[in-house]
Design a binder for this molecule. Structure first.
Ligand code: ADP
Ligand code: MG
Length: 304
């Protein structure tokens, strides 16, 4: 089952929170929706789940237009909101029974609630009131609530925020497991989260999609207005000025008197090879250094 976002723009009064956003996510993949705070992630998720209307654009869940098929869409989606509205006075089971009632699970209700309590690891705390739970367990209740009606699509807004490291590992494992069968879109402002659980990443910044691709491919993605880093090693000693003189070189960082890292506006490996030949130099090493996801993200979302 897929979720398709088509040219969605959202204004809050004078402020544009989403700017012509389009993407599709499909079944059997965990997609990370990565962006700094204020990028528009929660807004996008509220729009996908039909809790907020877009100013323009369309959303399709399993081919159904969210505007015209809200109830059908809600049946297919499990949503963990950013500020998970739980009822502190309710017991875990009481709350999940109540949610199950909303989905009209009928006679399956009791066994399904039990199954979900087990799946989300709530068993040890199941006798407690929600208000008495730690943040990690409250987040599990939120996930349980999202999973109860066994939806095909999961929309999880910062599912690990506020959890301690052990809880983070557990929740990530659970999401990865769920991602094998379902369509999962999770938002995060943490690159490591994407590296840990996502096959694909969509980077959003100031309401615009600025990158979209396989997590591994994105590492090699060279962002716009960016630099390329080239590692060179010559057999002979040369001066940095000789390299600075090459076109498209913006910076030469010497690592010794024959090893240099170059910052360039383009991939100029071919020109460097030419240069070495013309100067009768022996080039021992010449390679393009790929950035890691964190560098790509930092650069894509940096100011100016
Ligand atoms: P993220 O989840 O990526 O942190 P949000 O979608 O919450 O981003 O917010 C995107 C932008 O829209 C932010 O600048 C935020 O201040 C603004 N915003 C969010 N919700 C509202 C609202 N209800 N009214 C006005 N502005 C809002
Ligand atoms: Mg948010």
């Amino acid at each position: 089952m897929s979720v398709t976002v088509k040219d969605v723009t959202k204004w809050y009064g004078e402020q544009k929170a989403l700017d012509h956003v389009s993407f599709t996510v499909s079944r059997g993949e965990v997609t990370g929706f990565l962006g700094p705070n204020g990028a528009g992630k929660s807004t996008m998720m509220k729009i996908i789940t039909g809790f907020l209307p877009p100013s323009s654009g369309e959303i399709f869940v399993d081919g159904l237009d969210v505007r015209n098929h809200l109830l059908e869409v809600r049946k297919r989606i499990g949503y963990l909101p950013e500020h998970n509205p739980l009822y502190p006075e309710m017991y875990i089971r009481e709350y999940l029974n109540y949610v199950a009632g909303l989905y009209a699970l009928g006679t399956r209700k009791k066994s399904r609630v039990q199954e979900i309590i087990r799946l989300t690891g709530l068993e040890p705390e199941q006798h407690k009131k929600i208000g008495a739970l730690s943040k990690g367990y409250r987040q599990r209740v939120g996930l349980a609530q999202a999973l109860l009606h066994n939806p095909e699509v999961l929309i999880l807004d910062e599912p690990t925020s506020g959890l301690d490291p052990n809880q983070i590992v557990e929740i990530r494992e659970l999401i990865k497991h769920l991602g094998k069968e379902k369509t999962v879109l999770l938002s995060t402002h943490i690159m490591q989260e994407v590296e840990a659980i996502c096959e694909r990443v969509i980077i959003i910044h100031k309401g615009k999609i600025i990158a979209d691709g396989a997590e591994k491919a994105l590492v090699n993605l060279q962002p716009k207005q960016s630099w390329f880093t080239i590692y060179t090693e010559f057999k002979e000693t040369i001066s940095p000025e000789q390299l600075t003189a090459l076109s498209h070189v913006t910076e030469v960082i010497p690592q010794g008197n024959h090893i240099f890292t170059l910052r360039c506006e383009k991939d100029i490996r071919e020109q460097i090879f030419q240069f070495a030949r013309e100067q009768s130099l022996t080039l021992l090493s010449l390679s393009l250094i790929s950035q890691n996801l964190e560098e790509v993200f930092r650069e894509l979302t940096s100011e100016g």
